[in-house]
Design a protein around this ligand. Structure first.
Ligand code: UDP
Ligand code: LCN
Length: 803
């Protein structure tokens, strides 16, 4: 049979002519894939097989060919003779799909739905019957969308350009909407910014002129009360500025926008609008508390992130309110789950003030059984789904009562918090911001495809449904890194993985999320600089802890530790993380165990989980504990590895990083995948050279060989060599350790601070609040679609999970 090729515009003509000219060679490779006898081939399988195939054929034309380019860009393939289907990603967040009929030597481009349907057929034998397709793309037709991969994650810049450009051009539409927006702000009955006397944009312009003339004559340091008698009758209300100078400046910004809007002025003006006084932050799962919680199941960086975030946001909110001349105390409530069996934590208390804030607290609301009784025990984050609807309803009542009104912004965290935030934001009509922290979908291979097999332990179908609802409902989304949204040239982003996927037998997503939407913004978290500061700042060091640290690190085994370091002079290679499979602590122990040179060069200090299985209530953690013991026995590590099954409080952890830096040690973060990695920036801020996984956040945090090192957890032997070589070099060249240490400190100081974070988030909240105001009526369709998806899919899935 001749070679028939139908190639769509995205596939280059070169592929066509290559296949025409080298059909035997090309199809031999494709046959080779089929002959492997594997249904699903990952990106790495495709590359490795192609390389070995080419090695065996030295004169092959394949390596430089268009076919090789397509295969290199393929994220996955499905092989079921005579068919080979490829999902090709030629660039960040761009996809197309191809199928080859290897016998008939035909290639064609196919729609994503067909690719997914073929995939489904491999796992559930679906013979082409009707399947629910989820497609959010039609709803976004009217909305502005970015085009370039490098714009992804800078949504607010794009939105500002769009708002100040197109919107203001259309028949004064922008002016009118801005006026409407400026009249809606109130705080507890007090009107802010403008009152009803400003009835049109024309009146607003006149009022601004009159105000400017009047204010120019007044003492510039005077405050609102001194000018209110004149400004209020012409339409102004408090909120323009603390001093007359600031009021004039704010009015000038508005006058400039009305004259000729530009993105910078618009951002500056919107950033000043007093509209965020009360904030709700949702984080239901895990143990959310201020002490003794880190390291408990499902309890890690998210808690640290939120507590630091609250302190920074409250400060920023207070500062902005003050600058706008208002006497209002900001208040933030973190809404989490109340757990009566609190394991020595405060998770059984309803309200807990947050240390370092003036008016912010943790508000705890219980999970309830189907009959309404309070659930007393901890529940895994994979099993919270059936509780969330009643949790949201109760949280809403409590929040409004506690705040004395609805919040001005709702921030969700992780899949469960984001879903609850969507329910609340929808009910209370408030701007919604999502923070994923870590989307589970990309962490577990084929978690979507084999969702049924994983159902008993993970309930991924409910979680991914919740994710889709929440990410589409959110007004804006914050991520800690770029690759969290859109990955890298050769790796799929976490959000991008929701663009299309399938849960066979349930539904098929053809357009789940568009990472080119301007709702995505990268704002990285910081490391608390009060706690994580350089080891060189001796005046701030917590010397009183050193005896305790000595004991921790060099002590003898007891019920919460194993191993005793025989050679104390060696530098310490340190790691600290929850003992989850994905953190790969056991992987690190194995690399260490197998590498004589690394064992010679450094001791290993591990702080993770519990040493005794019976102290853990988490299934995955229990498995990891058993594996740790097994590896320590197998490689006889008790004299070189010290494993502490303890949870350090923040100040202790901070001083421990520095204690290890004093001894010229290093920190290692060996995770198979790490969404961001707070320990990485904490260790760096303390001055420890860090070796961290290149899968996830650390890839962006660390500049390889400058402010730390990337490691590939899939090549443990190589990691062990890298580490051994580092310690060896530092022995001969002490300046080397110091260079890396200094660069690590500088990197964190310049890029990862909570001050930067709070400033950005508060500006963004206002801009997206405005955007929501101007686009609200147009979003009804999406909201209705999501409500239906929630009601018909999510609830059904959640109800099936034991409660
Ligand atoms: N942590 C701690 N003591 C412990 C274990 C962890 O203070 O015993 C802190 C650690 O310092 C970091 C957080 O818990 O701030 C873990 O966050 P990361 O982002 O590294 O990982 P996650 O647990 O969120 O996946
Ligand atoms: C969850 C994770 O898994 C980490 O990678 C992040 O650093 C943490 O949340 C804070 O966002």
């Amino acid at each position: 049979m001749g070679l028939e090729i139908w190639i769509a515009s995205m596939i280059t003509e070169e592929l066509e002519s290559y296949l025409e000219a080298h059909r035997d060679e090309a199809f031999l490779l494709l046959h080779h894939y089929l002959n492997l006898g594997r249904l699903f081939l990952l990106h790495s399988d495709l590359q490795d097989e192609m390389e070995s195939f080419c090695d065996q054929q030295p004169r092959s034309t394949l390596p430089g060919s268009e076919l090789a380019t397509v295969i290199r860009a393929s994220q996955e393939a499905i092989a079921n003779a005579p068919w080979l289907y490829f999902a090709v990603r030629p660039g960040v967040a761009h996809w197309y799909y191809l199928r080859f009929h290897v016998e008939q030597r035909v290639v064609e481009e196919i729609p994503v739905a067909e690719f997914l349907a073929f995939k489904e057929r491999q796992v559930d034998g679906n013979d082409g019957g009707w399947t629910l397709e989820i497609d959010l793309q039609p709803f976004n037709r009217e909305f502005p969308r970015m085009q370039q991969a490098r714009s992804i994650g800078r949504g607010v810049e794009f939105l500002n350009r769009h708002l100040s450009g197109r919107m203001f051009q259309s028949l004064q539409e922008g002016d009118r909407r801005l006026l409407g927006f400026l009249r809606v702000h109130q705080h507890q009955g007090q009107q802010l910014m403008l009152n009803q006397r400003i009835s049109s944009v024309k009146v607003l312009r006149q009022a601004l002129r009159r105000a400017e003339e009047y204010l120019a004559e007044q003492p510039q340091e005077a405050s609102w009360t001194q000018v209110e008698g004149v400004l209020q009758p012409i339409g102004f209300e408090p909120g323009w500025g603390r001093t007359i100078a600031r009021m004039r400046d704010t009015m000038q910004l508005l006058a400039d926008i009305l004259e000729a809007p530009d993105p910078v002025t618009l951002e500056r003006f919107l950033g000043r609008i007093p509209m965020i006084f009360r904030l709700a932050i949702l984080s239901p799962h895990g143990y959310f508390g201020q002490a003794n919680v880190l390291g408990l199941p499902d309890t890690g960086g998210q808690v640290v992130y939120i507590l630091d975030q609250v302190r920074a946001l409250e400060k920023e909110m207070r500062q902005r309110i003050f600058e706008q001349g208002l006497d209002i105390e900001p208040c933030i409530l973190v809404v989490t789950r109340l757990i009566p069996e609190a394991r020595g934590t405060t998770c059984d208390q309803r309200l807990e003030p947050i240390v370092g804030t003036e008016h912010s607290s943790i508000l705890r609301v219980p999970f309830r059984s189907a009959t309404g009784e309070v659930v007393r025990h901890w529940i895994s984050r994979f099993e919270v789904w059936p509780y969330l609807e009643s949790f949201a309803a109760e949280a809403s009542r409590e929040l409004v009562a506690e705040l004395g009104g609805r919040p001005d912004l709702i921030v969700g965290n992780y899949s469960d918090g984001n879903l609850v935030a969507s329910l609340l934001a929808n009910e209370l009509k408030v701007t919604q911001c999502n923070i994923a922290h870590a989307l589970e979908k990309t962490k577990y291979l084929y978690s979507d495809l084999y969702w049924r097999e994983n159902e008993e332990q993970y309930h991924f179908a409910a979680q991914f449904t919740a994710d889709l609802i929440a990410m589409n409902a959110a007004d804006f989304i914050i991520t800690s890194t770029y690759q969290e949204i859109a990955g890298r040239k050769d790796g799929v982003g976490q959000y991008e993985s929701y663009q299309s996927f399938t849960l066979p037998g349930l539904y098929r997503v053809v357009n789940g999320i568009d990472v080119f939407e301007p709702k995505f913004n990268i704002i990285s978290p910081g490391a608390d600089s009060e706690v994580y500061f350089p080891y060189t700042e001796t005046g701030r060091r917590l010397g009183v802890l050193h005896e305790e640290l000595e004991q921790l690190v060099f002590g003898s085994p007891d019920e919460s530790s194993r191993g005793e370091l025989a050679e104390r002079d060696k530098p310490l290679l340190f790691t600290m993380a929850r003992l989850d499979h994905i953190k790969n602590i056991t992987g690190l122990v194995e690399w260490y165990g197998q590498s004589e040179s690394l064992r010679d060069a450094a001791n290993l200090l591990v702080i993770a989980g519990h040493v005794q299985t019976e102290h853990s209530s988490d299934r995955e953690e229990q498995e990891q504990i058993a594996r740790m013991h097994e590896l320590m026995d197998r490689y006889q590590l008790d004299g070189q590895l010290r494993w502490l099954g303890v949870h350090l409080d923040k100040s202790m952890a901070g001083e421990l990083y520095r204690f290890i830096a004093d001894r010229r040690g290093a920190f290692v973060q060996p995770a198979l995948f790490e969404a961001f990695g707070l320990t990485v920036i904490e260790a760096m801020a303390s001055g420890l050279p860090v070796f961290a996984t290149l899968y996830g956040g650390p890839l962006e945090i660390i500049e390889d060989n400058v402010s730390g090192f990337h490691i590939d957890p899939n090549h443990g032997e190589q990691v062990a060599r890298q580490l051994a070589a580092f310690f060896k070099r530092c022995r001969h060249e002490p300046d080397y350790w110091e260079d890396i240490s200094r660069s690590a400190i500088a990197r964190v100081e310049n890029h990862y601070t909570w001050e930067l974070y709070a400033e950005r988030l508060m500006t963004l909240s206002r801009i997206y609040g405005f955007w929501r105001y101007v686009t609200d009526p147009e979003r009804t369709e999406t909201r209705r679609y999501l409500e239906m998806f929630y009601g018909l899919q999510f609830r059904t899935l959640a109800e099936k999970i034991p409660r």
